[in-house]
Design a protein around this ligand. Structure first.
Ligand SMILES: Cc1cc2nc3c(=O)[nH]c(=O)nc-3n(C[C@H](O)[C@H](O)[C@H](O)COP(=O)(O)OP(=O)(O)OC[C@H]3O[C@@H](n4cnc5c(N)ncnc54)[C@H](O)[C@@H]3O)c2cc1C
Length: 498
């Protein structure tokens, strides 16, 4: 009965974001050109959604591969050709629009489930979430069985603000909490250590230190990932490298729909003129900017013809990046000793290491290498590199030391190959960013934005936000041409107690 009431209150866990007019035509009958700048998930989403409707889509990507942060590329090391990526990605079950797209292009068959969402702490202690009730609200109460909440949580008068975690609502949550960091919230509510551990890991999954992470963004993400659906923290991963299991399907789809892809073609100057947009010397009717925040700032600083659109220009040139993050993948001659670990583990960082992925257990190509060489492939992430670790060597040394702390059995292992990335191109979900965050539709006619950093009035994050924003940008263009929009979904927009 209670479960049914919760389900009803949360609108069966999904809502429609639009109601397309089915009397409108599907295909474009005139010639319209669209420049899509940036070939990550957002750019792929725009390009696929418009090319299949007959738009002449030109996708510009600065790298030699598509996918952006889910791209994958080859490199040479010690006489071997290997493939690497930006890092491990979880495809949560509530990524409704992205999953529909994976089904449509045939890539969903590569999704495999992970056993548990696990956090390692105090060297040998594990916090898993298997067996948690899957009904929102009941799952929160159920956290008591892991000691994350207890009767004191509710009796502590300073803990009354915890209720706001259950009351997500765009207007009031951002108004009240966007200027407060998670660390400040946790301090003023005397949050217990276990709850802090869980939310610290959660906050770092958005590449922000607890002192920087906007509490409003954290409440939104807690709603999206935990309280708006029956899938909670369950997620799937791709069973093969991103190129084989995801991006090659997108490329085939784009080719079949006659889109033109320009690889290794950075757009360095964008001009708005009276006929539309000039991109790398070519004229277009529409332009959708799908670059990451770091490169968006650069590109817009070099753009021309946008001077009279001061809001758009100032929003785009003042976007905030996260701090630095690091990804270190290691091809070794040793395995972890605990056979029961899932292939992705969060660690309660000592200083730097936030997660470890056991690629040899997860990905087909890695499993083959592992079998041939009798060794594990490990990927270490630091989602927010501490400010006092500056050089690559400092970051690597800390990552390795913390790996050996959590996996002492790996000390002394031989490293055959390594690939290290130390980057700063993730959006900052920091305090006080929301008010000035740009939206998909801009004041410039025909110019739209898409990416995981764009402000939307639906509840999505990360990959799902990137895909959904691209589809919404495509919908604006379909609307403009009087064509039928694509239907999009989302989890409910308000929290259970909102
Ligand atoms: C280590 C790591 C782990 C992650 N884990 C998860 C996870 O588990 N689950 C999840 O949902 N999300 C995860 N994410 C986040 C996810 O990858 C992103 O939210 C999503 O891929 C962003 O897609 P996007 O298209 O908005 O941007 P991007 O992927 O950044 O794409 C931007 C594209 O623009 C291109 N570009 C930039 N400038 C130019 C230019 N001037 N001209 C042409 N092209 C240009 C770039 O090369 C890039 O291809 C993770 C990210 C990282 C880095």
């Amino acid at each position: 009965m209670l479960r049914q009431l919760i389900r009803k209150k949360l609108q069966n866990y999904r809502i429609k974001l639009n109601s397309p007019d089915t009397t409108l035509p599907i295909h474009l009958s005139s010639q319209k050109t669209v420049a899509v700048i940036g070939g990550g998930i957002a750019g792929i989403s725009v390009a696929c959604n418009l090319s299949e409707r007959g738009f002449d889509v030109h996708l510009f990507e600065k790298e030699s591969f598509l996918g952006g942060k889910v791209g994958s590329w080859e490199f040479q090391s010690n006489g071997e050709t290997l493939r690497t990526e930006h890092g491990f990605h979880g495809f949560f079950r509530q990524y409704l629009n992205l999953r529909n797209f994976l089904k449509k292009i045939g890539a969903h068959k590569h999704l495999i489930p992970i056993d548990d969402y696990t956090i390692l702490f105090d060297k040998n202690k594990k916090q898993g979430f298997k067996g948690l009730d899957n009904t929102p609200l009941l799952n929160v109460l159920n956290l008591s069985k892991f000691g994350i909440i207890d009767w004191k949580t509710f009796l502590n008068p300073l803990g009354i603000p915890f209720i706001n975690l259950l009351r997500f609502d765009f207007a009031s949550t951002y108004k009240k909490f966007d200027s407060e960091s998670f660390a400040s919230f946790a301090n003023r509510t005397y949050m217990n250590d276990k709850m802090r551990l869980v939310f610290n890991s959660f906050s770092r999954a958005f590449f922000a230190e607890p002192e920087d992470m906007s509490m409003a963004e954290l409440i939104k993400s807690f709603h999206f990932y935990f309280l708006s659906n029956e899938d909670g923290l369950l997620y799937d991963v791709l069973d093969s490298d991103f190129q084989n299991s995801f991006i090659s399907y997108c490329e085939d789809f784009l080719k079949n729909n006659k889109a033109t892809i320009y690889f290794s073609t950075p757009v360095s100057e964008l001009t708005k003129n009276e006929n539309g947009f000039l991109v790398n010397g070519k004229q277009f009717d529409y332009c959708v900017l799908c670059t990451d925040v770091k490169h968006t700032k650069r590109l817009m600083s070099n753009s021309r013809g946008f001077e009279s659109y001061s809001t758009t220009l100032s929003q785009l040139t003042s976007l905030k990046q996260s701090g630095r993050y690091a990804v270190l993948r290691l091809w070794t001659d040793t395995f972890e000793s605990d056979p029961n670990l899932p292939f992705f583990i969060f660690t309660d960082r000592l200083k730097c290491l936030d997660s470890v992925t056991l690629y040899h257990k997860m990905e087909k190509e890695s499993a083959v290498w592992s079998k041939e060489h009798d060794g594990g492939i490990f990927e270490l992430h630091s989602y927010a590199v501490p400010k006092d670790l500056i050089t690559d060597e400092e970051v690597k040394t800390h990552l390795m030391n913390e790996l050996y702390h959590y996996f002492p059995e790996l000390s002394g292992m031989k490293i055959h190959h390594e690939y290290f990335q130390h980057r700063d191109d993730f959006p900052g979900f920091h305090t006080n960013q929301y008010a000035n965050r740009p939206e998909i539709k801009t004041e410039v006619k025909g110019f739209y934005l898409a990416g995981d950093w764009v402000k939307m009035n639906n509840c999505t994050m990360l990959m799902e936000a990137a895909y959904t924003s691209g589809s919404l940008a495509a919908n604006y263009i379909l609307q403009q041409e009087n064509l039928q929009e694509n239907e999009l979904e989302s989890v409910p927009l308000k929290g259970i107690l909102a």
